[in-house]
Each structure stands twice: as structure tokens, then as C-alpha cells.
Ligand binder design. Structure first.
Ligand SMILES: [Zn+2]
Length: 332
């Protein structure tokens, strides 16, 4: 597989010197969906976090509905047909119905009611495993109670810049009869293209991070968002098919990535684990994980007219630089 890229040169007259200046912009095309992305020279668009998250956590805690003493009273229960207890728990993680539904079945799951403040280098494999396990149990319960709802995804908005309305860290599940646009586009990709993409990245090595067992991790060639990673697991197509071993493996990969993000100065992220219907032939369960701008007063959003309205990524953190920063931690 050839990875498509084209170099563009912009010319202008530099206001400080009066001399012509040139800027290199690389336009890349995603090998799966064809979405294009612009890799810009590093220009400081994503400054490291200098916000006092801990102080903000203390401020938002007294009214937080996900904290101990309030989570049982203030969060909605699941319908009895989905779960007789109204909530799904694993370890410290607690899953409940989303007060603001986005689909016929929408859930929210906290890593723990205790973890109102959870910086990225403290999102452990254990916390991720338990939280993912509640989402997998939710997807299975919904599919069994409502067989029309075959499209499951597990997602996260982490910190306000990512779209999260509540500070307290959590994941969100969607199980629906309707795919999202990206789920639909990804299931339209021919099966062999997934294998060819991962094989190509493994061979090139520049953006390939490693294999944690079943999951292959790479830095996106044509990211829609900064420092975007992708992972692919052949042989399963829905989060509902993740067994305990695969949940633990996925949690391990996510924990490695989030620790790397913390080291790079990022504290806000999104991820989406894109499920197709269970047993979808040739579709690998896959995810995207990407950084968002850091929380601070009058911050610049990383999502511009390009991302929102053109569906075109524009990042000044080159994927190869991200791969270099992550290094060999996925290979150990
Ligand atoms: Zn809280």
C-alpha cells in the first residue's frame, strides 16, 4: 500500500524582514477513509498544560454528581430490561444511564466515584480495565435486551476542551440501531485494506508503535486531531466481543498512551472505540485516541473550521514526532 502525501509550498513576504518566506505543508490522505489531513510546521498550537487542574477539581467537587454520596442519588439508573440493579459495577467503576442521551442506549461510566481528579499519568491499567469492563457488559446487556441495537462504541471526552460537560473523569457508551457517520465509513472500508495499512506501517516503522498481543498500535498517518493514535484488533468487530483478556490488553495500551500524553504536556483527550455489529466479517475492532487543547482561561480550541466543517485535520505536531515521543514503550 502506498501512503498518499503531497507537499505544498506557501509563499509570503515576511513582515519582519521584507523578504520572501516559504512554508511547507504536507497534505496526507488517510488510507482507510480517504479523509485528508494537513501536517504543518511546528508553530506552538498545542502548548503544554500550565493550568492548576487540582485547584479546579477542588472547586468543582462540592456539586459533582459523580462523587461519593451523590452518584447513587443523582445519576439515572438503567432500564430494568438492561440491568436489574440499574447500575453496572466492576472494581471501583460504576456505569449508569446518561442523563443526556445521544442514542437509544447511552451510558456514562466513572473510573471511580473517588477519582474526581485523575491526571493522565494516574489513569492506571486497573482503572481502565474496570471501566472498559462496565462498558462491555453494558453493550452485551443492551444487545441481548434490544437486538436491533447492534452498533456499539465506547468513547471518552476527558476534560472540558474535549467536550466533557463534567470535570469528573468518565467514559461514555453508545449502543444503537444507527451507526455514527464514522462507524458507517469505517465499515465500508474493504477488509483487506485494514491489513494492508497495518502491514505497511509495521514495515515502514516510522509511526508503528507495537503489538500488545491482539491490538496493533500506530500513530495516525493522516490524523484528524493532534497526537492521534489508532489501534486495530483483527478477528473481533464489536466491543461486546471483548473478553477479559482483551479488555486488560486494551487497557494496558490506553494506559501507555495516556502516560505518554501526560509526558508530552497534554491533559485532555478524546477516544472512540468504533464497533461494527458483532461478527461483522473482516472488520477489525479499532479505535482513535487523540489529544485536545489544554484547559486554561481563553484557550485556543484545536478544532477549527478545517476539522469541524471540512473534515480535514490540521496539526502542527507531526505524527513521526509523536511516534518518537512515545518511543518503544509499546514494545516492552
Ligand atoms: Zn466528582
Amino acid at each position: 500500500m502506498e501512503l498518499s502525501r503531497e507537499l505544498l509550498i506557501a509563499e509570503m513576504i515576511d513582515p519582519s524582514t521584507g523578504e520572501p518566506a516559504r512554508t511547507r505543508i504536507e497534505v496526507r490522505r488517510d488510507p482507510l477513509t480517504g479523509h485528508s489531513s494537513r501536517i504543518l510546521p511546528e508553530r506552538g498550537l498545542m502548548p503544554a498544560s500550565d493550568f492548576n487542574l487540582e485547584a479546579f477539581a477542588r472547586e468543582s467537587q462540592p456539586s459533582c454528581p459523580f462523587c461519593p454520596g451523590r452518584v447513587d442519588r443523582l445519576t439515572p439508573k438503567l432500564a430494568a430490561s438492561i440491568h436489574p440493579d440499574g447500575r453496572i459495577t466492576r472494581g471501583e467503576a460504576v456505569l449508569f444511564a446518561n442523563l443526556h442521551a445521544y442514542s437509544s442506549h447511552s451510558s456514562v461510566s466513572v473510573y471511580s466515584p473517588r477519582w474526581h481528579y485523575l491526571p493522565l499519568d494516574q489513569v492506571t491499567r486497573r482503572l481502565l480495565t474496570d471501566n472498559l469492563a462496565t462498558q462491555v457488559a453494558f453493550a452485551r446487556a443492551v444487545m441481548s435486551a434490544d437486538p436491533q441495537s447492534q452498533w456499539a462504541s465506547i468513547n471518552a471526552n476527558h476534560m472540558l476542551p474535549s467536550g466533557s460537560s463534567l470535570f469528573h473523569p468518565h467514559m461514555q457508551g453508545i449502543v444503537d440501531s444507527q451507526p455514527t457517520t464514522m462507524q458507517r465509513l469505517l465499515t465500508e472500508v474493504p477488509a483487506q485494506r485494514y491489513g494492508a495499512y497495518v502491514d505497511t506501517e509495521r514495515r515502514l516503522g516510522e509511526r508503528y508503535l507495537g503489538n500488545t498481543g491482539r491490538f496493533e498500535w500506530i500513530v495516525s498517518f493522516a490524523p484528524i486531531a493532534p497526537a492521534e493514535l489508532r489501534a486495530f484488533a483483527a478477528g473481533i468487530s464489536s466491543p461486546a466481543e471483548l473478553d477479559d483478556d482483551l479488555i486488560a490488553e486494551l487497557a494496558h495500551g490506553l494506559a501507555l498512551a495516556l502516560t505518554a500524553y501526560a509526558e508530552m504536556g497534554f491533559q485532555s483527550f478524546n477516544f472512540a472505540i468504533y464497533g461494527a455489529p458483532p461478527a461483522a466479517e473482516g472488520y477489525p475492532l479499532n479505535l482513535r485516541l487523540a489529544c485536545r487543547s489544554n484547559l486554561r482561561a481563553f484557550y485556543r480550541s484545536d478544532s477549527t473550521f478545517l476539522e469541524r466543517l471540512h473534515w480535514e485535520g490540521a496539526v502542527d505536531v507531526a505524527p513521526e514526532v509523536v511516534a518518537g515521543r512515545i518511543g518503544d514503550r509499546f514494545r516492552r
